[in-house]
Design a protein around this ligand. Structure first.
Ligand code: ADP
Ligand code: MG
Length: 324
């Protein structure tokens, strides 16, 4: 019997297009001898085809396991994971809590802070109280971000007060919560993590943006940013990144997979965790699978592992009682 895998992709987020490419790469890499592939496409308006997944246990007898390949809002943030929990379907990747915490740049930092993991200084503002004086303690340049988004959308680097005010107004269009961070001049590094109770980290890679920072143009349009896998780093630094990536993953209680992104400050040599992505880009050239490939795990095997992890978690969850 083949395992019947529902790949859910597209979605309402700004990363709809990337999701189509990630899903294509995953579907192509799934061994047809092992898997029966069922596609669920969510369009930009949120309409599912051929049909939605219903939130009732047993309503989808044709699905053994779901694989959400949705980046960003309404897919990576715990919403679709909540639907799959209600439907009692096993699914690939982080659960509801880890998805939501990882999506929110403030909550993620609060959780890291509690574990004494290195994060940059930041302040939080709300759209309703958008007072730039709250940022007085942060030296310029600062990075201004909507708390819950991705793909660098709504993010600006501000070098002075007028730029800060414009950046706050822009970010406030994308979220009611805005985070302002101390800008770090240095290198950008990423690390893939895979696993449930015993997460493992890949070799890290480096992103070399072609612009002022790794913005939307650089990520998706210009095709000029360079990447290096594995990153050219001293062995101790590589180990520090891998250790912190796993610690961050554990701190947010992630399962399945995540890519943890870092900033390495040139002037001080200090390493900071920037963010954790629970459904990282998964195209054939994306960093998450690429880092695993360089660490000895091929794309197809990575898919097998992720599906096995989803089923394993589901088996363990079944031992939980929900009533007296
Ligand atoms: N504190 C910071 N210091 C320096 N660069 C930053 C900082 N925060 C973000 N950046 C730059 O902005 C990019 C996008 O920010 P990030 O927090 O990763 O948001 P997203 O979730 O949209 O990817 C990063 O890849 C990096 O180039
Ligand atoms: Mg990022």
């Amino acid at each position: 019997m083949k395992l019947r895998v529902a790949v859910i992709y597209g979605g309402r987020s700004g990363e709809h297009e990337v999701s189509l490419r990630s899903a294509r790469a995953i579907l192509d890499a799934m061994d047809p001898a092992k898997y029966e592939k069922i596609e669920y496409l969510i369009d930009r308006e949120g309409k599912w085809s051929p049909r939605p997944i219903l939130p009732e246990p047993g309503a989808q007898p044709e699905i053994d396991v779901a694989f959400p390949v949705l980046h960003g809002t309404f897919g990576e943030d715990g919403t679709v994971q909540g639907l799959l929990e209600l439907a009692a379907l096993p699914y690939v990747g982080a659960g509801v809590l880890a998805s939501a915490v990882s999506m929110d740049k403030e909550m993620m930092k609060r959780v890291c802070k509690e574990r004494m993991l290195p994060i940059v200084d930041y302040v939080v503002l709300s759209r309703e109280r958008l007072d730039p004086r709250a940022c007085a303690g942060l030296p310029f340049p600062v990075f201004v971000k909507p708390a819950n988004l991705g793909s660098s959308v709504g993010i600006s680097k501000a070098r002075n007060q007028p730029e800060l005010e414009a950046a706050l107004a822009l970010a406030a269009q994308y979220d009611r919560k805005i985070i302002v961070e101390r800008g770090i001049a240095g290198r950008e590094l990423e690390c893939s993590v895979l696993g449930n109770e015993a997460p493992a980290a890949s070799l890290p890679c480096e992103i070399l943006p072609s612009r002022e920072f790794y913005d939307y143009e650089d990520k998706y349009l210009l095709d000029r940013a360079q990447t290096q896998v594995p990153a050219d780093l001293p062995a101790e630094r590589t180990e520090e990144i891998r250790r912190l990536a796993v610690e961050c993953y554990r701190a947010v209680e992630c399962e399945g997979m995540a890519r943890v992104d870092f900033l390495l400050e040139a002037a001080t040599g200090r390493l900071y965790i920037n963010e954790i992505n629970t459904i990282p880009g998964f195209t054939s050239i994306s960093m998450y699978p690429k880092m695993w490939e360089h660490s000895g795990l091929a794309f197809g095997e990575l898919i097998d592992r992720l599906i096995a992890l989803a089923l394993d978690r589901d088996r363990k969850k079944k031992a939980t009682r929900f009533t007296r």
